[in-house]
Design a protein around this ligand. Structure first.
Ligand SMILES: [Ca+2]
Ligand SMILES: [Ca+2]
Length: 121
């Protein structure tokens, strides 16, 4: 719990870390939810960029183009795509991509398929 508490103290800019006021706490909650919104908003923008033909789903070929543009190689994408495609319908839906994207940026689960959004490392 101390880690979480000191993170709140730091984020809230409290001068007395042992006395985080409710106002400061709410301030941090605001910041965190703004961050969540930002990640989701970025996910939608990315999704629209990747979904080149605009059918509201990402195909393997579309995903490969993006990874190639990003990394200069699309090695291994065929292997990881089925793991990104959580419901196994052969495409990434907007909801699937949002989950992957937010997991990728938060990076709090090393076993999450989100880590492979841009291919195996
Ligand atoms: Ca598409
Ligand atoms: Ca899917």
């Amino acid at each position: 719990m101390m880690g979480w508490w000191s993170a709140i103290s730091t984020l809230s800019g409290a001068e007395h870390p042992d006395k985080v006021s409710l106002d400061e706490l709410m301030n941090v909650v605001d910041q965190l939810s703004a961050l969540e919104d930002a990640v989701d908003a970025t996910a939608d923008v990315m999704f629209d960029v990747i979904d080149e033909n605009g059918d509201d789903r990402i195909a393997l070929t579309e995903h490969k183009q993006v990874v190639y543009a990003w990394k200069g190689s699309d090695d291994g994408i065929e292997d990881v795509f089925p793991q990104l495609d959580i419901n196994g319908d052969g495409h990434l839906s907007r909801a699937e991509f949002r989950d992957l994207w937010s997991g990728f940026w938060r990076g709090d689960d090393p076993k999450s398929p989100s880590q492979w959004v841009f291919g195996p490392y």
